[in-house]
Design a protein around this ligand. Sequence first.
Ligand code: MOS
Length: 744
Amino acid sequence: MAVSPVGREIDRVDGRKKVTGQATYAADHKFENLAYAYVVTSTVPRGRIKEMDISAALGAPGVLDVYNPDKANNRNLGLTMPSMTPPLGHVENYPPLEDWEIRYRGQAIAVVVAETFEQARDAAGLITTTYETTPARLSMEDNSPGVPASIPGFPPFSFTKLAPGVASIDAALAASEVVIESSFHQPVQHHVAMEPHAAVVTWEGKERVTIYTGSQSPVAAQLLLAGRLGLPPANTRIVCTYTGGGFGSRVMSWNDAILAAGAARKLGRPVKLVMAREQVFTMVGHRGHVNQTVKLGASRSGVLTVVSHDCDAERPAVGGWPLLPAREVSDSLYKTPNLHVAQRFVELDMPPTWAMRGPNEAPGAFAIETAMDELAVATGVDPVELRLRNYATVGPEDGRPWSSKHLDECYRVGARRFGWSARRAKPRSRVEGEWLVGMGMATAIYPVARQAASARVELLRDDTAAVASGTSDMGTGSLTVLAIVGADSLGIPVRKVTPSVGDSALPPGATAAASGATQSTVPAIQDAAAAVIEELKKLAVSESKSPWHGADPKSLTYRDGKLSGGGRSMTFGRLLSTVGRSSVQATVNVQHDPEIVGRYSWHSFGAHFCEVRVNRFTGEPRVARWTTVVDVGRVVNAQTARSQLIGGVIWGIGHGLLEENRLEVATGRLAASNMADYMVPVNADIPEIDVHWLDRPDPQIGGLGARGLGELGTVGAAAAIGNAVFNATGIRVHETPITLDKLL
Ligand code: MOS
């Protein structure tokens, strides 16, 4: 039996192409007669365009046309709202350039198309716009939160469970020996994927379009863009072979692809549209403002009696993805007789919000895992021991058994690897020169979100196989996962498998979001491999030139790339050559079994431990050491799993110490509009990060027992940093980022 590649360190199959510049990202696609588009954006947050003067732009060198909402002069692009709702909803709730309304500052209001990018950009600068403004709602504090009835596809916004005889959460808190109540604030954050959002679009007539654009989901992009263009999805092809990062921002498509497709249709030429970096900050959704309050009740020995978590999140009037930070974290973390989670929304005239890197889980865990550290301080119980005392052996909300949970082992193994026992509980008790040194820890948790997915496996004459699924690889390594699982399922070397993702023409695959691509795709590949082996056997007994012609297919066995039976053996390639076929293939769609889904509580788990040094004189915080131990079921590729987990921790360091965009409330302008002003970690911010996983395949999930791990590494990381900052300094910070001004 061939040695299985599953769980080993396998190089990315696309690594060489990426580092040698041969990978074609969206804007790298070239077509004859390509025209270049540049978007003009609004400079007020709310109101209406009174007048837009495009005459100078139309007369500028190289300009082919200018599109805007002027329907009287047929300048609009005829974009529509789709009748079908794509997975996770529409990005924005209006079609662009179809009316004169201004809904936020930085909204697309016109598109210039020219022979070159520079000509389009220069002409865009010649357009003058005057506005009738309306007072904009921009402050979380000045606007009242509300609760919509429901949003399709999202869980109910609140959940309360009370122990028998307990009248209310407040009564349960009043009866608790120890009470912690803390409020948390988080500013606007952005995904800042390295590749700016871009699209190159070509049409065949006005009925068929191919859109090259980075995407986390060819399926979702196809549905959204077909809807906006008024086309059947089958006529709308999305190609995202290479995608330069997503972090949630490419779960759906934005106005780069929508406007480029509209402009190319109207102009009758291929069009390329690349957002300027500053446009990505408003035309692509952001993670909105989040205000949270956590109340914990406990006994003096730290046993929880109440967990209560309320959240108010920004919800722009233009729509976007609603944040539910209390959900999926506080409802799933600790054993407690009284549990309350509730989400409200504050409607603002902001650019759309969107899911970003552990969208609910990262902000939610910052709140509850900071509050748990406060409880540890209040009760004098060690933070690891406190979490073990409140360990949930069933799902706290649904009461179901976990599909598989070894979080206790993560705490213990992590504490040992990190050297947690050297921590001094008393803050400010370790000083090294000008640095105050502290240790902190927090829990990581992320829900399992397996999706239906299809895969195709094809066996070829040269003894190689092709494995394809219309999911996406945004840099995470899913393409390599296809090769590994294909090789494992067929018993052939990884190098003999050619994987393909990133095209809506492939069998519809999983959306590479909610940490779900691998866990959703693996069972589809395995089933397609089993199906193609059956096809191969059928061929072997039905083809007259086959040595097994007329035999019973059950008498044949397949192993390690070879078919055997009746004392003969032949590789699949040899058999295909013998019978004169170029290939044999099978496509399989795998759905959830709702009965199994409903039987368990499904999550991945982990524990973070970190050491933070805070400068006594400047307040500067530096992360010095890090250990994360996770329970994610089976790991498919050790190399890319490690990279993803380290990447998740790095996001967490960004979340904890650096990332924020301030809003100028008077004008609706987001202060940062580039990657110098919007701070993300750089190499100098990142210490050696030790990540380790327990080798505990999930026995319930099917496939190889792999659960999601992509976003898990970021959940709880900011709280671990804040908890270490407290241990170093005695200062508790309830807002991110924890910057030096808060530590003086
Ligand atoms: Mo992720 S924020 O689920 O793409």
